[in-house]
Design a protein. Structure first.
Length: 368
């Protein structure tokens, strides 16, 4: 019969003398592996008589447990020692500059939105918002475009399959003008309004200057004795502040929009610099140096009534301009589709640092 005490002393001595994890693993295999000496003893338990198991079996089990515990303790000590050696060998040179972390950027559309909001805040405008999924009454009917009105064909509209509880069709809004209706209704038809409505709008169109989703900012002023002169002054002040030039020249041309009467297209003079259009400079009377920029006009009487205002007492003007177009003109971009491609190279080139963005905090001189 094998001397269990001698085998235990030998196993524990070798385990205590192991200097690395590989040596310790070899000892585990030697004693507890499938062909190990202690594993061999475990296999003899089946052939023992009950009396022998009471003595020899208990001693073999105790030997196996003590060797297993010694292996676990030795492994923990060797792993701790290896970690201490690794930490002692690794040092950080605190005099070296820290690696640059990747930084995001402010998208040009977001930047222009902020610039416009800042200008309008100086002019006393509040920011209003509304749902992007709109019912056709707010999007069309209240804006003087009933179901039979041919102006609805002017918009390539995304219609949704579900109807409202009132049976109205739901659409992705084609402009931010529905916000004007909601703002007028919220005002109760008895107080002046001066708001802008920036946001995303949707039309089924896509090319270098059109995308299915784009951004607009619309303005609405309601008051008493409002006229086109107020509109022209507001737009001139806006564009001078936005493009940071005093030589802005505007031309108002008669046009047609169902929600304004009279309606005017607004053109601005421009010049060519470094191969791109730059807003500013006098326009040519023959139209060779004019560029259409936005649409505007006096709020139609039907729209005033839909918003709860009495057109005999209240007047107003409204205008709308594409934020993406303004960004393209100011910052020299030539393809609107790139705004939404998510190309990191484009964003790196045209994006703005969140900590160092252009600002118009100098304010807008207002002598109204």
């Amino acid at each position: 019969m094998i001397d269990l005490d001698a085998l235990g002393t030998q196993a524990l001595g070798k385990i205590a003398a192991a200097t690395d994890l590989d040596a310790l693993e070899a000892l585990r295999v030697e004693f507890l592996g499938k062909q190990g000496s202690i594993s061999g003893l475990m296999k003899t338990l089946g052939a023992m008589s009950p009396e022998e198991r009471q003595t020899q079996g208990v001693a073999i089990q105790a030997l196996r447990s003590s060797v297993t515990d010694a292996l676990a303790e030795g492994k923990a000590k060797l792993e701790a020692a290896a970690l201490e050696r690794k930490l002692a060998a690794e040092t950080i040179d605190l005099s070296l500059p820290a690696p640059e972390a990747p930084l995001g950027s402010v998208h040009p559309v977001s930047q222009v939105m902020d610039e416009l909001a800042e200008i309008f805040a100086d002019l006393g405008f509040a920011v209003a918002s509304g749902p992007e999924i709109e019912d056709d009454w707010h999007n069309f009917t209240a804006l003087n475009m009933p179901e039979s009105h041919p102006a609805r064909a002017m918009h390539d509209t995304f219609y949704l399959p579900d109807l409202t509880a009132e049976g109205r069709e739901m659409v992705l809004r084609t402009h931010t003008s529905p916000v004007q209706i909601r703002a007028m209704l919220a005002a109760g038809g008895n107080q002046p309004l001066r708001i802008i409505a920036p946001g995303r709008v949707y039309r089924s169109d896509s090319d270098a200057t059109h995308t299915p989703m784009f951004h607009q900012i619309e303005g609405l002023v309601i008051g008493k004795d409002i006229h086109l002169g107020h509109l022209k002054w507001t737009l001139e002040t806006l564009l001078k502040a936005f493009f940071e030039r005093e030589d802005i020249l505007l031309r108002l041309r008669p046009s047609y929009f169902p929600f304004t009467e009279p309606s005017v297209e607004v053109d601005t003079g421009y010049s060519w610099q470094d191969g791109r259009r730059v807003v500013g400079g006098s326009g040519d009377a023959e139209g060779h140096s004019w560029m259409e920029l936005l649409g505007s006009g006096m709020v139609n009487a039907h729209v005033l009534r839909a918003g709860g205002y009495d057109p005999a007492e209240w007047q107003g003007f409204a205008f709308g301009v594409g934020v993406d177009r303004l960004a393209m003109l100011k910052y020299g971009m030539n393809d609107l589709r790139a705004f939404f491609d998510g190309d990191a190279r484009w964003l790196s080139h045209y994006g703005f640092s969140a900590l160092d963005v252009p600002t118009l905090s100098g304010g807008v001189g207002v002598n109204a």
